[in-house]
Structures are given as C-alpha cells and as structure tokens.
Design a protein. Sequence first.
Length: 539
Amino acid sequence: MNLAESLLHALKNHGAKEIFGIPGDFILPFFKVIEESKILPLYTLSHEPGVCFAADAAGRENSSLGVVAVTYGAGAFNLLNAATGAYAEKSPLVIISGGPGYKESKQGVLLHHQAKTLDSQLKIFSEITCDQTVLNNPRTAAKDIARVLRSCKENSRPVYIEIPRDLTFNECDEVINAAPSPINPDAVTACANEIFARLEKAENPFVMAGVEIRRYNLETKLSLLARKLGIPVATTFMGRGLLVEDEDPLIGTYMGLAGYPRVTDAVEQSDALLLLGVIFSDTNFGVSQSRINMSRTIVAADRNVQVGYHNYSEIPLENLIDALLKKADKIAAPEVKKPCNPAGGLIADDNKIEPHDIAKAVNDLFDKHGKMKIASDVGDCLFTTLSIQPTSLTGPAYYAGMGFGVPAGIGIQATSGKRPLILVGDGAFQMTGWELGNCRRYGWDPLVIVFNNCSWEMLRTFQPGTSFNDLDDWKFAELANILGGNGYRVTTRAELKTALDKAYSTRGKFQLVEVMMDREAISPTLKRFTDAIKAAKMN
Ligand code: S1T
Ligand code: MG
C-alpha cells in the first residue's frame, strides 16, 4: 500500500469518520488517493478556516479524531487561527498539509507558498499542536503516523502531519496502532485514595465537569460516579451540554458572577471541589464571585492531577474516574435540587425581539419537537445558550474565536447526519456564514438563527459609546435564498415564532432566520458577565 493509503487507513482505525479540506498543488496527489480509495469521505468547503472549524467540530461531536487536509503555505497558514482554537479547547484535530517534494526542496530557489524557510510551517504549527511529523522517510513513516495519532488521542490536542508531495505514492507499511503510553496503576490508586479521603471528610463536596469529559467520552462514567457518591455536579461554560439526561445530578453551569447564584455559591463554598477535565481559564473562572480556594480544590486535567499542593503526573482522566468508581460509595453530601429547565413561553406579539426571546422561542421549539444539537459562535448568541435548555453544545466558549458557528454546524451535520441549530451573530456571520453556500451539494439543511443587531455588540458592552462597533445591515435573509436556502427576516416576536415553526418544518435546504434586534439589546447572561468584568476591574 502507498503512504497516502496507509495514512487514510490509520486515520479511520483511530476513529476518524471523514476529511474536510481544500486542495492545492502541494496536496493534489493526496486528494487523488482520498477520492479514488474511498477509505474516508471528503468534504470541501470554501475557505480554510471553514474546513478547519468543521473538522474540529466533527471531532468534538464524535469524541474522536477530526481531520482537515490543506495545501502547504497559503492553505495551512490560512487555518492557523481555527487550529489554535482547537488547541486551546483540547480538540483532537489532525492537520494534514501537503509539502514540498525532496527534489524541489534542493533546487535552491524559493518555492511558491514558502514563508521564511521550507520548515517555517512545521515550526509554526509546533506551537499549536502536541505532536508533529514530516513523512519524508518511507521506512519510518508508519511508525511516525502511529506515534502522532496516539498523541492526538491521548492528549486530545491537534497534531500536524506534512506529506512531501513526491512521496505520496511511495510504498509504506500498514500503520500498527502504537501501544498506549505507560501509566503507573499504583499512582492512580494513590491519587484516587487521596481524593476520596478529601471528599469523605468534606461538608460540601462538589464536582465540576469540564470539556475533557466530552473529549474522552466519559459522560456516562462521570454521571454514575456522581450519583454513587451522591455529589452534585455543575459544568463549566465549555462543558455546557454535558450530563443533560434526567438522571444526571446536574445543577447547572458555573459562570461565577455571570451565572446563577445557586450554582456559583455551591461551587465557591465547596470545601472539596473536584474539577474533572476543566480548562482553568478566565472565561470559566474569570468572573468568580470569590477566588476558588486552591487548597480545597482538586484539578484533574491534561493527564495530571493536583490535590491541594500535591501533584500526580501521567494520570489519564478515565483511569482516575475508573479508580474512583471502584471506591465510590455514598458520601453524605447535601441534596441539591436540580434546576428547572430554562423556560419557553415566548409571547408571540408585536414587541421587538431581544436575545432572551430567542432563547424562549428555541425552548418552545425543543418542547414541541425535542432538543437539537447546537453549534454556536462567539458573541451574545453564546451567552444566550445559558437560557436555552441544556443540550449538546459545541462552541468556542474559552478560546472565543469568531467564525466557528456555521462551519461547526456543517461539520456536525456532515459527521452525525443530525440537523443542528446554529446560533451566530451578524459580525461572525460576515466571517464564515457563507459556507452555507456549500450545503446544497451535500444536502445539509441546518437551521440557522442570525442575531442581527448590526453591531459587534459584545464589544460595545465592554466599550460603550463607540461607533467603530457599528455594522451595516447586510440583509442576510435575502442572501440566503441566493445561496440555496430559505431566508426569513423577523422584527417582532410573533414573526419570530412563525418563521421558526416554518423553518423547522422545512427540510432539504438550510433555513436562515435573521432576527433583527436593537443595539444594546443584550442577554441577561451577557449583562451579568460584562457587569462582573467591569466590577472586577474596578476592584
Ligand atoms: N476576531 C475574531 C476572529 N474573534 C474575536 N473574538 C474577535 C475578533 C473579537 C470579538 C469578540 S466579540 C466580537 C468581536 C469582534 C463581536 C461579535 O459580533 P457579533 O458576531 O455580531 O455578535 P454580537 O453582536 O452578539 O456581539 C470577543 C470578545 O473577542
Ligand atoms: Mg452583532
């Protein structure tokens, strides 16, 4: 088998379900093998950030590898910001780039698409990936691929693979999956014993679930552990959408001062706070009501566990949860009532629309037809998800890079076959919303709600009285029809309800509901978030 086929089989054996990409001359041979071998389906979109966001979201959706393939230089550098977001949010993304062939790299002339030197790209991608390889040695290629794909899965971070274009068809061994990295079971047991002892002694033990619970597919095990321990759970902003089943002991999403006081108090007053797979970031903890007391906190993330001031390394999250499950028996923890689901009940009248009206309309839709998976962009649409019933949510809640929403929704429908609800602001839509023009050729039909306030409104809440955040009205609904979908422009709550019902019942084409809102009409959560940030800056 040739190098390309060996790589494609390895990707599939490691859980990849498709490839998103945009070709270029440095990767044409690889694309030819993808198309002819049919080992994995290939989806092309219109711009490299789009295919990278789509691949990232597909990997998050499957808790497995997402794969993006691009040409050297102009292609690869074009997806850097999207790939950085995947790194920051611990997404198991495989970035494949075509590369210069051996002979041409020795010609002594500058190659098109080249940056400073021919290995500048590898150096730059080394900063936003956990492992890398350039497959320039057919004898070791199979082992290099195995090592890099193992790194991607074990660390749940992007990896970089460069294929010199003149080696694509070279003979290559089949890739044998690398053995898992060694761990010390005694260290895992010692760590679990120390954690368990702390939880047992505590008055108010509490668990917070972060994004790694989804990345390593640990939702069921975590829910069982929390129930067996009798300890309530909250998710981080990034972890929203986890543990949404009725039996899960979830009390809500922690957002410090921007969240619901009951959740904030339960987390910040806990005397044994167990953070499982949590990204310790400003967006997850930046607006904490009171600093989290680290001496009473256990942080298990990135294959490390910090118990107070003790550190355990090479402890995979799944091994830790398994060890805790072995020990778990009821710990006397105070019963914490589960929250009632965020309410629907939109009043369909002629009043103007505000973000929380959109949340109510979506809750009404979910009550009537069942929940949908949500892909959200940055902006107030993301904060509005806190008022939408918890459901599978894919959004850049930590890295906060715009442009994610539409391509991510496309990636979710491509990989799962399920129709997503996409929430996106007008500013973010101007960046990557046009990828919807690719839905027709693949038969995708996402339901898209554009929060159109003709503004970068989130920035205006941070910096009021500025006009540089003003945007023009691009009339997205009209453009939707040209791009192969249906568009609805609504300005009242009654129109919103009618349009959403119609859009939901229309399949086979993407449906875009453009919701016109006043500037300064923001969600309650964004209001609390920006008030908390301002208050924190004042102190
Ligand atoms: N560029 C990119 C790629 N990502 C970003 N996050 C930003 C710039 C900065 C930024 C925000 S929020 C925001 C910008 C420009 C405005 C978003 O506007 P829109 O999509 O219309 O949503 P809304 O009107 O609800 O704010 C974050 C804070 O960095
Ligand atoms: Mg806006």
